[in-house]
Ligand binder design. Structure first.
Ligand SMILES: *Cc1c(COP(=O)(O)O)cnc(C)c1O
Length: 433
């Protein structure tokens, strides 16, 4: 790979190599392209989650109020909007926070895709054993005979932390044996919590890619093991996409209109790409070109931004331009983007930007002060987004959006936080002050 050439061809690549923050808009956004999934796939995932709702409600009583549907609130955050405009620059429209940071069961966006994939696997195993039909009340899955059945199988995953939490919690609950291969970036409390639930945690001194590769290798040798492949899984991706079907009612309640005159802007922190990619794909299926999606990454691990700008997908890693991939935004410490997601996002993504680690903490504290919502540092990576978009008047004009920004709705997608131990959260908060 000729890195010098890449740097000359793309100014942003040269800047990223120096750990500078960048903002990039995608020239291919809106082009026609065949995609590997469609609306039917999203609806199928949604239907499966509905079948499982009676089980989820019984196995995780905190989901009873929502009937076993794992969903988060969408909140307007006007106090934070004022702060954000002071910190990063003004922008028109209203500001909202999608609180996947507080999703039940595992406290991060991984409670969408991760749990979905394990449920789908459990359904297949139970149906093949002749013990479950689609028309059954799935709460029977809490019965000991199912735990016995699932106990013959194992689930494995490689993770920077939150995916491990969600896969570990749901797999252990169903009765699967479960192994989580954790990268060096993973926080200690996440490993401790998993072990307390009977999950086998294997630690690696290397990065996330290595943890995934080891997990994949071990699982391949075992026909009774299902490996959740964060770099390539279609099930994970579709599990995330269901969020887009659910958000319509929340828009109605808040009086959010999405149409040509009222554009929607969504800003999501990105690691390997599965979670933000799935959500983005779903939103584009539902709201088409009136939804504009931006991904945010740490300056030390901007793998998807590099994938998108160079078009090299997973053939380029952050180490190729001399970056170490180390970041305090542990959920985003990924050196190489998913090829599946790079492919799907090529024409769907509106742009990417990067942020320095030290800027995450002040956002965290201000959000706590103004809205009393506590989220983890990774989750704050998206916060400069609305100001960055508003400042790019050239792009807004080219897209015909310049005079519509006063009607815009901006959603910061908070991706994790509610499971962070109190003392840990307190130290993040104090750092931000
Ligand atoms: C996993 C994660 C992301 C990004 O998801 P990817 O699928 O890795 O792109 C963002 N924020 C948090 C807190 C996460 O745990």
């Amino acid at each position: 790979m000729d890195i010098k050439k890449l740097k000359t061809a793309h100014r942003e690549v040269a800047e990223m190599a120096e750990c500078k923050e960048i903002f990039w808009t995608n020239p291919k956004s809106g082009n026609e392209k065949d995609l590997p999934f469609n609306m039917e796939d999203i609806c199928e995932a949604q239907e499966r989650l509905k079948r499982f709702a009676p089980y989820i409600a019984k196995a995780f009583p905190e989901t009873e109020p929502s009937g076993g549907i794992i969903e988060s609130e969408l909140n307007e955050i006007p106090g934070m909007k004022k702060e954000l405009e002071k910190m990063c620059g003004s922008f028109g429209g209203r500001l909202f926070l999608k609180c996947d940071s507080h999703l039940p069961v595992s406290g991060s966006i991984k409670a969408r895709g991760g749990i979905y994939e394990v449920l789908k696997f459990a359904e297949k195993v139970a149906m093949e054993a002749g013990m479950l039909k689609e028309t059954d009340d799935y709460s029977i899955l809490t019965e000991p005979r199912f735990r016995e059945l699932f106990g013959r199988y194992s689930v494995a995953v490689g993770s920077t932390g939150n995916l491990g939490l969600s896969i570990g919690i749901i797999s252990a609950k169903l009765g699967f044996k479960v192994t989580v291969h954790m990268s060096a970036d993973a926080r200690q409390w996440k490993k401790d919590l998993l072990r307390s639930k009977g999950v086998m945690v294997v630690e690696y001194p290397d990065d996330y890619q290595k943890a995934v590769a080891e997990g994949r290798k071990e699982a391949a040798a075992d026909p009774f093991c299902h490996f959740v492949d964060d770099e390539a899984s279609q099930d994970l991706f579709l599990g995330y996409s269901v969020a887009a079907l659910r958000i319509g009612k929340q828009f109605e309640k808040l009086g959010i209109t999405v149409d040509e005159e009222h554009p929607l802007f969504v800003y999501i922190p990105c690691g390997v790409g599965g979670a933000p990619g799935g959500v983005a794909f779903g939103l584009k299926e539902v709201y088409g070109e009136n939804a504009h999606i931006f991904f945010a990454e740490p300056t030390h691990a901007p793998c998807m931004t590099m994938s998108m700008i160079t078009g090299l997908k997973n053939e380029i890693a952050v180490s190729d331009i001399g970056l170490d991939g180390r970041t305090e935004a542990d959920g985003l410490a990924v050196g190489r983007a998913s090829v599946l997601v790079s492919d799907v996002m090529e024409t769907l993504l509106d742009g990417c930007y990067t942020i320095e680690d030290k800027r995450l903490y002040p956002f965290l504290s201000r959000l706590a002060d103004t809205e009393n919502i506590f989220i983890e540092p990774s989750s704050c990576a998206s916060f400069p987004g609305p100001s960055l978009v508003a400042a790019d008047t050239k792009w807004l004009e080219a897209k015909g959006l310049a005079d519509k920004m006063k009607n815009a709705s901006h959603i910061l997608w908070a991706t994790g936080g509610s499971m962070v131990p109190e003392d840990e959260m307190k130290s993040y908060y104090e750092r931000g002050k």
